[in-house]
Unconditional design. Structure first.
Length: 106
């Protein structure tokens, strides 16, 4: 299976925003929970510190020490993510747009 880059980045940003369950991510991105686990494994393999908590109140969350470095994404990738987020009618998406816009000028 080839990882869809935009889905992987969207999953990463959702987890950065707040704790997410595999079920919620699967519903959000219209993929199976098994595919969510594959994306999580790929992101972890790329060095993204995603913490997995099992159980009733479990889910995926990002290490509180994780920061996205400005060179993590190319200028074109940042612009692409900003355009994706503009389609969201969500206050958190607006905050992410501001943060990514600040990175895009670096």
């Amino acid at each position: 299976m080839t990882m869809n880059y935009s889905v992987a980045m969207s999953i990463m940003f959702e987890i950065l925003r707040c704790k997410q369950t595999a079920k919620d991510l699967a519903e959000e991105f219209e993929i199976s929970t098994r595919t969510v686990y594959r994306y999580i494994d790929d992101l972890c393999g790329a060095g993204v510190p995603i913490i997995s908590n099992a159980g009733r109140y479990g889910g995926f969350e990002m290490s509180s020490y994780y920061k996205i470095r400005e060179f993590f994404l190319t200028r074109n990738e940042k612009s692409y993510l900003i355009n994706l987020l503009k389609n969201q009618n969500d206050e958190n998406a607006k905050l992410l747009i501001l943060k990514l816009s600040a990175l895009a000028t670096m």
